[in-house]
Design a binder for this molecule. Structure first.
Ligand SMILES: Nc1ncnc2c1ncn2[C@@H]1O[C@H](COP(=O)(O)OP(=O)(O)OP(=O)(O)O)[C@@H](O)[C@H]1O
Ligand SMILES: O=P(O)(O)OC[C@H]1O[C@](O)(CO)[C@@H](O)[C@@H]1O
Ligand SMILES: [Mg+2]
Length: 539
């Protein structure tokens, strides 16, 4: 039976404050809240989170929020209007006001994809399956009554309800591309993630249903646009039919690559007018830059992203594809660590999981497994040594339970390691190996206190990333892939697609990558994780 450590803090204090120096993590409203802290009422967007604001270096908000004067009786209306403006999605008619719209060729009546449009486009005249351009999805669905409510995000001290609407994804009745004039390209960048092939597959299948015949894959990420030895891969339903049965990416992935202007030069040369970009924060920063460059050059191109990251660090979304699968797979590694630890005399099982800036996989896998005693993530500071340190608690666990399991996210405890100062090809910091570090410190500590322990370290990170998507991710990938194509045909560009409060929406790229999403240490989910592990604060 599990025994709780006597050092457990019975409740977590909630640092509500409307002082301008409070650290907030505002989910996309950072520019607003920072400015609000200088507003006459000195009120900022108030969050009960303790973590500090982090920002991706890549992209700032494209449409910055104005200073909202909370003493203005109409501030809510103004806020909602500004929000709508920030989350408006760029459209081809912004640059080509006279762009012709035709009736959608997305038609669910069966027809052969090789058919030519000699007799006109097929259509479902009576079909009521289209999305109206004015349909919206609510971004925030909880009305907090107090800034001290767990996970509360409030704009004023009363936590006034403010509506934040975003654009609903899906097929439109009018489209801005004639299928026979489309050359669509798909690209996968960054690290691998379960579900990449499922998304590629559904983009191709949906494009074919619209009637597109010229579909290509760009090999090995953005590099494929510049490397002369890499040729584009023709794609069709036949080619992609079974690719979802294996993990990885049919097209290959890479980090680094050519400049944005080289990429757009290459798109011009190849005649690409629809680009589907599957990747994380970095890839989306690139996609947004490509979209802007195409606009500058007056190219009628739709650039649509599909967020890919097992780290789940993209803002606003319920989750990104591959995350669910990663959690499921991580759970298997945790179970092995548990079996090893449990079967050994004074066994300690340590599992390292991915998560550069965000501990979502570690937190969710710990919760899912129910076998973790200590979960360490980048968002929550901790000490290894000292009276409140991880090792002291570990000793207590060995004494009381006989064994213990530790789950660490790769980005955890970086302040305790020597900086490598190394960068990968995309400019991401190469992290120190905290899993190895805690393994070594554990062995040293127990030697010092003359207590025998049997430490088993498991690093399943690349095994987790390489698996094929599970059923739930498979469905998510299907919907995202289809919606990416609907967005492009509807004439949107510089957008990405995500699942938000169980509905599917289009968002402007800068809003989802303003900074990496991270675990809120004051969220119910992190508290649930602490309840499950029974770990104390290690500070
Ligand atoms: N600010 C940027 N502007 C343009 N391109 C970028 C930018 N940041 C990254 N890229 C490009 O995007 C691609 C992928 O970036 P990165 O390696 O950071 O992966 P990612 O998309 O963040 O995915 P992952 O979650 O696996 O890290 C690289 O080819 C990189 O050159
Ligand atoms: O070894 P690579 O390909 O750089 O990928 C590792 C990174 O990929 C990620 O999973 C993001 O995709 C990070 O958590 C991790 O640091
Ligand atoms: Mg990244």
């Amino acid at each position: 039976m599990e025994t709780l450590s006597p050092s457990i803090t019975p409740c977590v204090s909630l640092p509500y404050s409307n002082n301008s120096s409070v650290h907030v993590r505002s989910h996309g409203l950072s520019s607003l809240l920072l400015r609000n802290s200088r507003s006459p009422a000195n009120l900022s967007l108030i969050s009960s989170s303790r973590s500090s604001l982090t920002r991706a270096s890549a992209v700032e908000h494209s449409k910055t929020s104005p200073s909202i004067d909370l003493s203005d009786p109409n501030w809510k209306t103004k806020y909602e209007r500004e929000f709508e403006e920030r989350f408006s999605i760029p459209h081809i008619t912004d640059v080509f006001p006279d762009a012709e719209a035709i009736r959608s060729t997305f038609c669910l009546k069966m027809r052969s994809p090789t058919e030519d449009f000699v007799g006109g486009y097929p259509s479902d005249e009576e079909w009521h399956g289209y999305i109206n351009n004015n349909d919206r999805v609510l971004l925030k669905v909880i009305s907090y009554s107090s800034p001290t409510s767990a996970g509360a995000e409030c704009i004023d001290s009363d936590c006034s309800w403010v509506e934040q609407w975003i654009h609903r994804a899906g097929p439109r009745e009018k489209i801005y591309f004639r299928p026979e004039q489309v050359k669509a390209a798909i690209i996968t960048c960054g690290g691998l993630c379960p579900g990449l092939n499922d998304v590629i597959r559904h983009i191709v299948i949906t494009l074919e249903i619209y009637g597109v015949k010229n579909i290509v894959g760009i090999p090995f990420g953005y590099k494929g646009f510049s490397d002369k030895d890499l040729t584009e891969m023709p794609l069709s339903r036949k080619v992609v039919q079974n690719i979802h049965l294996s993990g990885g990416s049919l097209l290959g992935v890479s980090r680094g690559g050519p400049s944005v202007s080289e990429i757009v030069d290459s798109m011009e040369e190849r005649g690409i007018n629809m680009l589907f970009v599957l990747g994380g924060n970095g890839t989306h920063a690139g996609a947004n830059a490509i979209h802007n460059e195409c606009r500058k050059r007056k190219m009628k191109v739709a650039v649509v992203g599909v967020p890919k990251t097992i780290d789940n660090d993209i803002l606003h979304m319920d989750k990104t594809f591959g995350f669910d699968t990663a959690v499921e797979e991580a759970q298997r590694a945790i179970n092995s660590a548990y079996i090893e630890a449990h079967s050994a005399y004074h066994g300690v099982g340590i599992v390292k999981l991915m998560g550069r800036n965000s501990g979502f996989i570690a937190m969710q896998a710990s919760l899912a497994s129910g076998q973790v005693d200590i979960c360490l993530i980048p968002e929550v500071p901790f000490n290894i040594h000292g009276p409140n340190g991880v090792l002291k608690h570990l000793k207590y666990l060995i004494e009381t339970k006989g064994s213990a399991v530790i789950c660490v996210a790769e980005g955890a405890g970086q302040n305790l390691l020597e900086k490598t100062n190394a960068k990968d090809a995309s400019g991401n910091t190469v992290l120190g190996d905290f899993g190895v570090h805690i393994q070594q410190e554990t062995k040293k500590y127990f030697k010092e206190v003359s207590m025998p322990v049997d430490v088993k370290y498991i690093d399943p990170t690349y095994m987790i990333r390489a698996v094929r998507a599970n059923a739930s991710d498979g469905i998510l990938c299907t919907v995202l892939g289809q919606n990416a194509v609907h967005g492009a045909f509807a004439g949107y560009s510089g957008i990405t697609v995500g699942i938000i409060n169980t509905h599917y929406a289009y968002l402007p790229i800068p809003e989802v990558i303003a900074y990496p999403k991270s675990v809120d240490p004051n969220s119910r989910m992190w508290h649930r994780c602490l309840t499950s592990t029974g770990q104390p604060d290690f500070i």
